[in-house]
Ligand binder design. Structure first.
Ligand SMILES: [Zn+2]
Length: 230
């Protein structure tokens, strides 16, 4: 079992393999969730097909063309969807998001429902988490690797962005957005219990563990985060 020193949340364990990290000890044992290592560069669908074969799983998957919107959908057929959040109740149907700074959110309601959300500031500002089509009382949520408030410097115009303006830290160094605090409050207002929010605490920009960060070096490479029901 692999442990990071900078975990905010000691309840989460990550299992590291050559190809990906699995999130252990949060969701039901019927749920498989994790994110790719830098072995993959985030090409879809090819990299995820390859990951499934490396980890010995035969499953369908869906992903998104990700347009920084506030739209989510419940999927029944594997495919590519023009949204920024997916939910499914089907077994052997993974949901995949690609990120290099935006925050991936993993959601699961026991082993009945899973979801994945691509949360950048635009989607946050437009209310993507308010649009989740469920009461979250029986869900657990994990915040994956993404830009965190240590490195999420934004322009002063963010102070006028109603929904996210209260999640800015203003210091002599500049204005910084805290996407995790924002996500928590939005999810709690949808019924999520406080003890069911888990933060990996991994910053894509400053973590030593080689996550892709567009802000750091304008990379076109992406991490793939995934969740599915066995
Ligand atoms: Zn950072």
């Amino acid at each position: 079992m692999f442990k990071y020193n900078n975990f905010f949340d000691k309840k989460i364990k990550l299992k590291k393999t050559k190809y990906c990290f699995f999130i252990d000890s949060v969701f039901s044992t019927q749920i498989t969730a994790g994110f790719t290592s830098s072995f993959f560069t985030g090409q879809l669908p090819s990299d995820f097909s390859q990951l499934l074969s490396y980890i010995g799983k035969q499953a369908n998957f869906s992903y998104m063309d990700q347009r920084h919107s506030a739209d989510l959908t419940i999927v029944e057929e594997p495919g590519v969807y023009s949204v920024d959040g997916l939910f499914s109740k089907d077994k052997n149907h993974f949901l995949v998001v690609k990120t290099a700074d935006c925050l991936p959110l993993f959601l699961a309601k026991k082993d009945h429902y899973v979801g994945i959300i691509h949360m950048g500031w635009r989607s946050a500002k437009e209310g993507i988490l308010k649009n989740i089509p469920f009461d979250l009382a029986d869900f657990k949520v994990v915040a994956g690797p993404g830009l965190r408030s240590c490195c999420y410097q934004v322009g002063t115009e963010f102070r006028k962005f109603g929904r996210i303006a209260s999640y800015l830290k203003i210091s002599p160094k500049g204005t910084f957005f805290d996407p995790v605090e924002f996500a928590k409050d939005q999810l709690f207002s949808k019924g999520l219990k406080r003890e069911n929010f888990f933060d990996l605490g991994l910053c894509s920009y400053c973590s030593k563990h080689n996550f892709f960060s567009h802000r750091r070096n304008k990379t076109t490479k992406r991490s793939l985060s995934f969740i599915g029901i066995k």
